[in-house]
Design a protein around this ligand. Structure first.
Ligand code: PAD
Ligand code: ZN
Length: 374
């Protein structure tokens, strides 16, 4: 493309500091360096993890360009890139796959050493590719998708089939895959089992979809916002309840309802109290609880260790346990073969410049996923 090798001036949503509104303004995006890829973003979803940074609950440097759930097309590539070429449709990977670190070499793990879970905010060489108002702007999770153009490392991009609709498959970049994988890969939900899902946002609904696909017999959705129940039932929950409807602790209510605790529970809120509730709600001996919600980065958890001594298993996963570069193209192929649906998760589609409105829909509990189109 004519822009290859040049700085691109385009619009991006810049967060100048915690608890500030996102500011859509002109940024400069440098060309990709060696083993890097510059992507034109076509669609990007809004996830609660982005909001955690806005609220200051997830560590980040500022100013930063958020966004980590998107689909786009490769504009240009740096030296030595072999995995994609200009014009390829892609999903940027907030969890990269370098294929060299101990995790990538393990058949089980997926948390590649290049993942930016601690908020370093820079690419592999320690610098940023964005500038705004004359100063560097940090990257988020290595992919910063709330920008018309972004630069990512070669290990943080997956080529997908050209026919895939970007405004839908962008959800495979985070929300869908995270929830679905938490059930089928990390929890390894078994046929006939009872599952409880705390938090019925985009990720929680995808957990329910995974539990259903794995053959769970009973899936109980838990949320303090009852407006979320209809969608949860539509994607596979068999019943829903609000912890606010009872004076009794929710884990006791659930334990009674399930005859001693569920086989699998999932925390998909990102709160310390619901993490402990989810653990307490799985069977005291053979139950397994999976943490999916992102905990506030400065807080520590306190819980009764007897809950684990009696036999419960407590797990967690980032990006649903998928090996991103290997599995994302397969998930897109499965979506194109209609093996799962993404439409139910998308409640709003907005032009990119209305990004602030998209976040208000999320924080007021009105949306599941808002997809921004560019
Ligand atoms: P969301 O805000 O759309 O959904 C969260 C839901 O939790 C909402 O429906 C709330 O009403 C509900 N909720 C809030 N408080 C409670 C409570 N006390 N009890 C029960 N329900 C409650 O968020 P989301 O679905 O986009 O993301 C959910 C979490 O998952 C969030 O913490 C996010 O940061 C995390 C996440 N983790 C990963 C990962 O890789 N581990 C990836 C993506 C998102
Ligand atoms: Zn996310």
């Amino acid at each position: 493309m004519a822009t290859a090798g040049k700085v691109i001036r385009c619009r991006a949503a810049v967060l100048w500091g915690p608890n500030q509104p996102l500011s859509v303004e002109e940024v400069e995006v440098a060309p990709p360096k060696e083993k890097e890829v510059r992507i034109k973003i076509l669609a990007a979803g809004i996830c609660r993890s982005d909001d955690h940074v806005i609220k200051g609950a997830m560590a980040s440097k500022y100013p930063v360009i958020l966004g980590h759930e998107a689909a786009g097309v490769v504009e240009s590539v740096g030296e030595g890139v072999t995995i994609v070429k200009p014009g390829d449709k892609v999903i940027p990977l907030f969890l990269p796959q370098c294929r060299k670190c101990s995790t990538c070499l393990s058949p089980e793990g997926n948390l590649c050493i290049l993942s930016d879970v601690t908020g370093r905010g820079v690419l592999g060489d320690g610098s940023t590719r964005f500038r705004c108002r004359g100063q560097p702007v940090y990257h988020f999770m290595g992919i910063s998708t709330f920008s018309e153009f972004t630069v990512v490392g070669e290990s943080a991009v997956a080529p997908i089939q050209a026919a895939a609709p970007p405004e839908k498959v962008c959800l495979i970049g985070c929300g869908f895959s995270t929830g679905y994988g938490a059930a089928v890969k990390t929890g390894k939900v078994t046929p006939g089992s009872t599952c409880i899902v705390f938090g019925l946002g985009g990720v929680g609904l995808a957990v329910i979809m995974g539990c259903k696909a794995a053959g769970a017999a009973r899936i109980i959705g838990v949320d303090i916002n009852k407006d979320k129940f209809a969608k949860a039932m539509a994607v596979g929950a068999t019943e829903c309840l609000s912890p606010l409807d009872s004076q009794q602790p929710v884990s006791e209510v659930l334990s009674e309802r399930t005859g001693g605790g569920a086989d699998f529970t999932f925390e998909v809120v990102g709160r310390l109290d619901t993490m402990v509730d989810a653990l307490a709600s799985c069977h005291m001996n053979y139950g397994c609880s999976v943490m999916v919600g992102a905990p506030p980065s400065t807080q520590k958890l306190s819980f009764d260790p007897m809950m684990l001594l009696t036999g419960r298993t407590w797990k967690g996963c980032v990006f649903g346990g998928w090996k991103s570069q290997d599995d994302v193209p397969k998930l897109v192929t499965d979506f194109m073969a209609k093996k799962f649906d993404l439409d139910t998760l998308i409640t709003h589609i907005l032009p990119f410049e209305k990004i602030q409105e998209g976040f208000e829909l999320l924080t007021s509990g009105q949306s599941i996923r808002t997809v921004l189109t560019f």
